[in-house]
Design a binder for this molecule. Structure first.
Ligand SMILES: [Zn+2]
Length: 284
């Protein structure tokens, strides 16, 4: 967390609330947010206007009128809150601290102020998140360095991706979390995809049947789409609060499987907390 749907939600909020607005002030309280930034200050954005917000994998890219861009990676716990002049809040990212509380608090590492009074509060209790400020023309090369695979939001090329599974003797969950294989799939959504496909996450990718390989790849875009529709999965302190049966499995240890009623269990696959229905997802 935050995963692709949360980042896409932040992007949509940014697009709908900040495009056309000019930055008038910046307060950066934690300089290490810019630790890998080609430009080591947010000041050059002052006086520039937000032109748009894009996303690649879990990186949000905000383009500014002075041909600079800002890449934002929320990593484990980044949170993006846009507060309109009338006090209305639009929030995305990690749910802790509660984004409807007082700002700034001790984890509010940056505040952006726009000329109409709109404010962005960027918080991160874990401090792994980062921003990079760079010329817009350098963004594509900067993104290329991550070697991202195809976007999990788009229909996936099964003819290209299924054969990769056949060659990998590693747990399918580990492969799906590899951002060079498919970009943007994280822990929560992989658990959901494998529950829908009725595949145990520790099953080695090269042991899956052709039907299971295809089912897994087909379930990815709808699972991500459901996450985006909900503005991100409702999971607080590792406990899911499902809406319309989503998330169905992640964060629901001890709760009944929505398909068969068996208790959901938590286990570890590749060091990641993993949730399964032991009846629907048997290890074969
Ligand atoms: Zn079940």
């Amino acid at each position: 967390m935050p995963e692709l749907p949360e980042v896409e939600t932040a992007r949509r909020i940014t697009e709908s609330t900040l495009v056309g607005k000019t930055l008038t002030g910046v307060e950066l309280r934690l300089p290490k947010v810019l630790r890998d930034s080609p430009i080591d200050s947010v000041e050059p954005l002052i006086g520039a206007t937000v032109m748009g917000a894009r996303r690649r994998a879990k990186i949000m890219i905000i383009d500014w009128s002075n041909d600079l861009s800002m890449m934002v990676h929320f990593k484990l716990a980044g949170q993006w809150a846009v507060i309109s002049p009338n006090g209305e809040r639009a929030v995305a990212g990690h749910p802790v601290p509660h984004p409807y509380g007082e700002y700034p608090h001790k984890s509010t590492h940056a505040t952006l102020t726009f000329e109409d009074g709109t404010i962005v509060q960027y918080s991160d209790i874990r401090q792994f998140g980062w921003w990079r400020i760079l010329p817009t023309e350098d963004v594509a090369a900067a993104i290329d360095e991550f070697g991202y695979g195809p976007e999990a939001t788009e229909p996936l090329d099964i003819a290209l991706l299924a054969p990769v599974m056949m060659r990998r003797g590693i747990p399918i969950k580990t492969l799906l979390l590899d951002q060079t294989y498919i970009a943007g799939l994280g822990n929560i959504y992989v658990d959901e995809v494998l529950w829908r496909a009725r595949v145990h996450p520790a099953t080695h990718a090269n042991k899956l049947s052709a039907i299971k390989r295809n089912t897994i790849l087909r379930e990815i875009p709808p699972v991500i789409a459901e996450g985006i529709r909900q503005g991100g999965a409702k999971i607080v302190h590792n406990i899911a609060h499902p809406v319309d049966g989503f998330p169905a499995v992640h964060g629901r240890a001890g709760e009944p499987c929505l398909r068969c009623g068996t208790e959901i269990v938590k286990l570890r696959v590749g060091q990641r907390g993993t949730y399964i229905c032991p009846k629907c997802q048997k290890l074969t």
